[in-house]
Design a protein around this ligand. Structure first.
Ligand SMILES: Cc1cc2nc3c(=O)[nH]c(=O)nc-3n(C[C@H](O)[C@H](O)[C@H](O)COP(=O)(O)OP(=O)(O)OC[C@H]3O[C@@H](n4cnc5c(N)ncnc54)[C@H](O)[C@@H]3O)c2cc1C
Length: 320
């Protein structure tokens, strides 16, 4: 069967992919968006209910340039706004289609998903950095698995004792949110936090000072079992192992990038950084673009992702 052809194929329906789709629609370019989950899957999964979606995330101010713009608002309002844009621009989006393999054929890209094959002249990779969930590096007994989470999604925890594991921004945001209605302890393997942004760092410090949050540095979980319908955590702190009971254990590790998929597409890396031109085009592969978190990594924000979508389609349309 012939692959389904589109002028532009966008992989990922996060802020970057949707913004690119909206701009393509404004330019009357033929475009299809694929996502392995729902639209805004990362935001639906990793942001807790009612989370404030900050315009100046990490204190990074970005002048928004494209058709899709937002101001600080709740997760639910942000999702509703993006869904309105999708309807208004009549975007073609196929949900629950995972791009599993990418190849080249003549001047086109071939993308194989779990459902079918597509081809396109332009390929825009907007898959974010959460595409591959990080494996939990701990021995978890099968009966304990329902008590071990890697994101908060739409869960509504109240009155629980929760262990948050990790020392990055995801772990800090989970802990700051969860402590409002629960007793929360953070376990981190290092002696201090090194990677927190300013907002999270101040929030954690204030909560610790007010005894609303506890942190055990230099601690590692050895295994998780179940006892009395709770997660029994074997926690090694500087060589001393304690057994602690929690209602839930939440790993705030974020995710990783599927490097193989990107390399197959034609992205090359130097010091783990993708080699891109200022127009987000792969240095070694014409008509292949990378936008959003995956292009920016540590300094990534929604506003940047939205702008990337705008810039990349402006560039593609100038080439047509
Ligand atoms: C807890 C948390 C809080 C945050 N708070 C803020 C905030 O307040 N303000 C802010 O500006 N930023 C915030 N961020 C960062 C923000 O979420 C990201 O910068 C933004 O989502 C990046 O958009 P993106 O489109 O590049 O990637 P994503 O939003 O990650 O979207 C990528 C999409 O690609 C899909 N995908 C991945 N792999 C495949 C595949 N192989 N095939 C098909 N589809 C695929 C995914 O399902 C997903 O829908 C936060 C992040 C986290 C984790």
């Amino acid at each position: 069967m012939q692959p389904e052809h589109h002028q532009i194929l966008i992989i990922g329906a996060g802020p970057a992919g949707i913004s690119a789709g909206v701009e393509a629609s404004e330019q009357k370019l033929d475009c299809l968006i694929l996502d392995k989950g729902d639209v805004l899957e990362t935001i639906r999964q990793f942001y807790h209910q009612g989370k404030r979606v900050d315009e100046d995330y990490h204190g990074i101010k970005v002048c928004q340039t494209g058709h899709v713009k937002f101001q600080t608002e709740t997760k639910e309002d942000f999702i509703a706004q993006i869904e309105e844009e999708i309807t208004h621009h009549n975007l073609q989006i196929r949900k629950h289609e995972i791009a599993e393999r990418i190849a080249r054929q003549d001047q086109n890209f071939l993308v194989y998903t779990n459902k079918k094959a597509y081809s396109s002249k332009y390929l825009v990779l907007a898959i974010g950095i959460f595409s591959k969930p990080v494996k939990i590096p701990v021995d978890v007994a099968p009966e304990a698995k329902p008590k071990v989470l890697t994101n908060l999604g739409s869960q509504d925890q109240k009155g629980m004792k929760i262990l948050v594991v990790g020392g990055g921004n995801s772990a800090a945001e989970f802990a700051v949110f969860l402590q409002k209605n629960n007793e929360v302890l953070i376990s981190y393997r290092k002696p201090a936090f090194f990677r927190l942004n300013d907002v999270n760092s101040k929030a954690v410090k204030r909560l610790v000072e007010n005894r609303k949050l506890k942190i055990i540095f230099e601690s590692n979980i050895k295994k998780i079992e179940v006892k009395d319908d709770k997660a029994l955590v074997h926690l090694d702190t500087k060589g001393k192992v304690e057994q602690l009971l929690f209602d839930q254990v939440v790993f705030g590790f974020g995710g990783t990038t599927p490097t193989q998929l990107l390399e197959d597409a034609g992205i090359t890396f130097e010091d783990n950084k993708p080699l891109l031109t200022e127009n987000f085009e792969a240095k070694n592969t014409k008509n292949l673009f990378m936008v959003g978190d995956i292009a920016h990594k540590d300094s990534a924000t929604i506003a940047k992702a939205l702008n990337d979508g705008h810039e990349v389609i402006k560039f593609i349309s100038s080439r047509e």
